[in-house]
Design a protein around this ligand. Structure first.
Ligand SMILES: Nc1ncnc2c1ncn2[C@@H]1O[C@H](COP(=O)(O)OP(=O)(O)O)[C@@H](O)[C@H]1O
Ligand SMILES: [Mg+2]
Length: 224
C-alpha cells in the first residue's frame, strides 16, 4: 500500500537518511524507533505524502507521489489515518465534532451518525463527547486523536509518538486499540522511543521493529 524505494531526504543541510526501502503491506505492524532528531517524524511524513523524497520513490497505493497532483495526494491521504506528534484540536468545538471533522471536511456527513458514537465508545470517550479539547487529559487527547484518525476507516494508520506524554496504563490502552485496528487488517506504523511499549506490543502482535540510526533504517535487534 505504501512503498519506499531507495529513499533519501534532506532539508538542505546533508541527508537525514538515505537508501531506505520499505513496504507497508496490509495487516503489517511496524514500530519506528531512533534517537530524537534521527528523522522519525520526517520519515512518517514521506509515508503519508506530506513531504516528497529528495531521492528515490515513494508510492501510495500504487502511484508514485512525484507523479501525483495535489488532489491525488489528498485522495490517497483519505486512506491513511495520521495521529500527529502534537495532536491539535479545534478548541472551540466539542470532542465529538473534532473527531468527526475528517468526515465533515470531506462532505461525508451521512457517515458521521452511524460511526461516531461507536468510535467514541471504543476509545472510551463516550462521557467526554460534549467536552472541549482543553478539558481532556493527555491520554484522553491521544485517544481522541486516534478516533479522529480512524473515523474515515483508513487502510493505514500512522502514529507519531502517540504515547509521548501519557502514563503507562493509558499507553497500554492506546496500544490495545492499535492492535485491534491491525487485527482488522489495517497496516499500522508507530514511531516511538518507548521500548516498554514495543515489548508489550510484541506479546500481542507480530511487529517489525525498525530503527533510524546513522542515516540508515535498520532492523532493531532481537534484544527488544
Ligand atoms: N521543516 C524543517 N526544516 C528544517 N529542518 C527540519 C525540519 N523539520 C525537522 N528538521 C530537522 O530534521 C531532523 C529530524 O527531525 P525529525 O524528523 O522531527 O526527527 P525525530 O522525529 O526523529 O525527532 C532534526 O534535526 C530537525 O531539526
Ligand atoms: Mg518526531
Amino acid at each position: 500500500m505504501i512503498e519506499l524505494r531507495d529513499v533519501a531526504y534532506t532539508y538542505g543541510r546533508g541527508e537525514l537518511f538515505a537508501g531506505i526501502n520499505l513496504t507497508l503491506a496490509p495487516g503489517s505492524f511496524h514500530f519506528l524507533t531512533g534517537p530524537s532528531g534521527a528523522g522519525k517524524t520526517t520519515f512518517l511524513k514521506l509515508c503519508y505524502g506530506e513531504l516528497i523524497s529528495t531521492h528515490g520513490t515513494v508510492s501510495l497505493f500504487g502511484k508514485d507521489v512525484r507523479d501525483m497532483t495535489r488532489d491525488d495526494v489528498a485522495l490517497s491521504r483519505r486512506r491513511i489515518g495520521v495521529v500527529h506528534q502534537d495532536c491539535q484540536f479545534l478548541d472551540h468545538l466539542p470532542v465529538s465534532e473534532n473527531v468527526a471533522l475528517p468526515l465533515t471536511a470531506s462532505g461525508r456527513h451521512a457517515e458521521i451518525e452511524p460511526n461516531l458514537s461507536d468510535l467514541l465508545g471504543w476509545v472510551g470517550l463516550s462521557g467526554q463527547a460534549a467536552q472541549r479539547p482543553p478539558q481532556l487529559s493527555g491520554g484522553e487527547r491521544q485517544r481522541a486523536a486516534l478516533a479522529r484518525a480512524v473515523i474515515t476507516s483508513p487502510d493505514v494508520i500512522i502514529a507519531d509518538e502517540p504515547t509521548g506524554n501519557i502514563d503507562w496504563e493509558m499507553s497500554q490502552r492506546l496500544l490495545t486499540l492499535l492492535v485491534e485496528l491491525n487485527r482488522m487488517g489495517k497496516a499500522v506504523m508507530v514511531a516511538t522511543h518507548d521500548l516498554n511499549l514495543i515489548r508489550a506490543a510484541k506479546a500481542q502482535v507480530q511487529a517489525r521493529v525498525l530503527r533510524l540510526k546513522d542515516r540508515q533504517l535498520q532492523a532493531a535487534g532481537a534484544d527488544l
